[in-house]
Design a protein around this ligand. Structure first.
Ligand code: PNS
Length: 162
């Protein structure tokens, strides 16, 4: 049985993330979505780790081979503990490449048995990010379609998005 791991901060999960998770779910017997606690990222996440996990669980209800767990360790240690052999990351524009290249190389250095695989974002989601979604929401713009419906509702509650 092959288990893949889609890691991220997911603050919050976007339609672009969901597309990558769906495509990973079609490639692996099981796909684990690993939600990094990431307390330091960008002044702290908007949503707590439990909220981020719950939002992804709701948004992936249609995917029976996807499950979600938080983690607060090195990614390779989490992968090993959960029996995942492949890390799957989405790649958007070239701007992602430098950072993802560094993480893949360091993860390989930490544990060369764990492979990193990249899935290209579809053009519609190439420029979508959690931070852009939060910025739109903070200014009262519509995030419908950019995030799963349940996330749009959560953003509305948290930031007053439409
Ligand atoms: O949503 P992001 O910011 O792209 O996710 C980054 C994440 C959570 C995958 C990355 O920060 C991570 O792997 N964190 C766990 C700590 C770790 O293993 N760091 C070493 C990898 S270079």
């Amino acid at each position: 049985m092959k288990r893949g791991l889609c890691p991220g901060t997911f603050d919050p999960v976007t339609s672009g993330h969901l597309d990558i998770i769906e495509r990973a779910a079609a490639l692996f017997d099981e796909t684990l979505v690993g939600v990094a606690v990431s307390p330091d990222k960008g002044g702290g996440p908007l949503f707590s780790v439990d909220q981020r996990v719950a939002l992804i669980e709701e948004a992936t209800q249609h995917l029976p081979n996807v499950f979600v767990q938080p983690f607060d360790t090195l990614l390779v240690d989490f992968a090993k503990r959960e029996g995942a052999t492949v890390i799957i990351k989405g790649l958007r524009a070239v701007t992602d490449f430098e950072r993802e290249f560094q993480m893949a190389a360091l993860n390989w250095r930490l544990d060369s048995k764990i492979e990193t695989m990249f899935i290209m974002a579809i053009p519609e989601y190439m420029y979508l990010s959690s931070s852009a979604v939060k910025e739109i929401a903070r200014h009262g713009g519509s995030v419908r379609g950019l995030v799963p419906d349940n996330v749009a509702v959560a953003l509305e509650r948290a930031l007053g998005a439409r």
